[in-house]
Design a protein around this ligand. Structure first.
Ligand code: NAP
Length: 315
């Protein structure tokens, strides 16, 4: 249990991302939010403030995607920031598989993916992406040797440092098991105190293959911050479209967890992130972030994180 391993006052901790040479901060920043779907539009100064603060706190990992906001919006915000910062200080994880035409559409053809890479590099204002992830496509589009061959050539050319797979379903063991064969070195999966399904098959397979694991949605879409009570009506594009009854059941469970598992006085968001980070397969969490206050709170989770984790970065 987390309160037995508390070690307050430590600074950022780092882990190796599977068999890559990447040293990632255990807490990263998820940037789907910068695309405007979460009930708040962003501007460049706000993004700069969040990312500057993240850097001060030792965070070096940003997770973005081709389709967070129209026309690579999240990537553009990050790219503008990077153009005034040291690119090499950051590990940029982005994704492929979608194309904007009035709205985001699937685009898994090899040529389309190649074009998306060009567009992402341009938006990010960089000549390489550290981790380029298959963005939650079906097994059918995943089984495209031509696409993986093209991506591998990009790895050889240096435009992509490493390939990854962001699995759409938490139990997609098929795509997880094929990762090493396709030269993919990291899996991104939904993993949090409310969603433990990956523990059954996906996380063991990642350990077996020595893949890095990015735990996404680590706050269960904000529910595990403990700030929402049953009866909350969501108005943002993401949470308002989810099943109302399911939301209610989750919020009731969160109340129970807060009462029975979270140590008195602890911040629940910090506790929830540290909960994910105690699994031996997990390299980092990538909580989505909307403000400087949130990035600060999320970075504090590191004080609850144990240093004897098998992924701990050793100099
Ligand atoms: N298929 C894929 O590959 C895929 C899918 C989903 C997400 N992702 C990635 O994973 C990242 C994280 O997932 P997510 O954003 O969906 O879910 P999440 O990280 O579980 O929740 C993020 C939300 O929690 C709230 N929050 C964050 N920090 C907080 C804090 N310290 N205290 C209180 N509330 C806080 C914010 O919303 P409010 O303040 O509005 O509550 C924020 O928008 C995304 O940004 C994206 O990069 C990838």
């Amino acid at each position: 249990m987390i309160h037995h391993i508390m070690n307050r006052g430590e600074r950022m901790k780092y882990r190796r991302l599977g068999k890559t040479d990447l040293k990632v901060s255990v807490v990263g920043v998820g940037t789907w939010q910068f695309g405007g779907d979460w009930g708040k539009d962003f501007n460049q100064p706000e993004v700069d403030r969040i990312l500057n603060r993240a850097k001060e706190l030792g965070i070096n990992l940003l997770d973005t995607a081709e389709c967070y906001g129209p026309h690579h919006m999240s990537e553009n915000f990050i790219g503008n920031f990077l153009s005034r910062d040291r690119r090499e200080d950051w590990i940029i994880a982005s994704k492929f598989g979608h194309h904007w035409e009035d709205q985001w559409q699937n685009a898994w053809d090899t040529k389309q993916v190649r074009l998306q890479l060009e567009e992402s590099l341009k938006a990010l204002r960089t000549d390489y992406i550290d981790l380029y992830q298959f963005h939650s496509g079906s097994d059918e589009v995943f089984n495209n040797d031509d696409m993986w061959t093209m991506l591998d050539k990009q790895v050889q050319a240096g435009t992509i440092r490493h390939l990854g797979i962001s699995i759409g379903s938490n139990k997609n063991i098929y795509q997880t098991n094929r990762a090493s064969e396709l030269n993919a070195k990291a899996i991104q999966v939904v993993y949090n105190r409310l969603e433990q399904e990956p523990e059954a098959e996906v996380l063991p397979s990642c350990m077996e293959q020595d893949l890095g694991v990015l735990a996404r949605v680590p706050l269960a879409s904000g529910f595990l911050s403990g700030k929402y009570k049953p009866g909350t009506v969501f108005t943002d594009n993401v949470r308002k479209n989810r099943d109302r009854e399911e939301n209610e059941a989750k919020l009731r469970l969160v109340e129970e967890i807060q009462r029975t598992e979270v140590p008195a006085g602890a911040n629940m968001a910090e506790w929830a992130l540290a909960w994910c980070l105690q699994h031996p397969a997990v390299s980092c969490v990538i909580p989505g972030c909307k403000s400087v206050e949130q990035v600060e709170a999320n970075a504090k989770a590191v004080d609850l994180v144990r240093v004897d984790h098998p992924g701990t970065w050793r100099n």
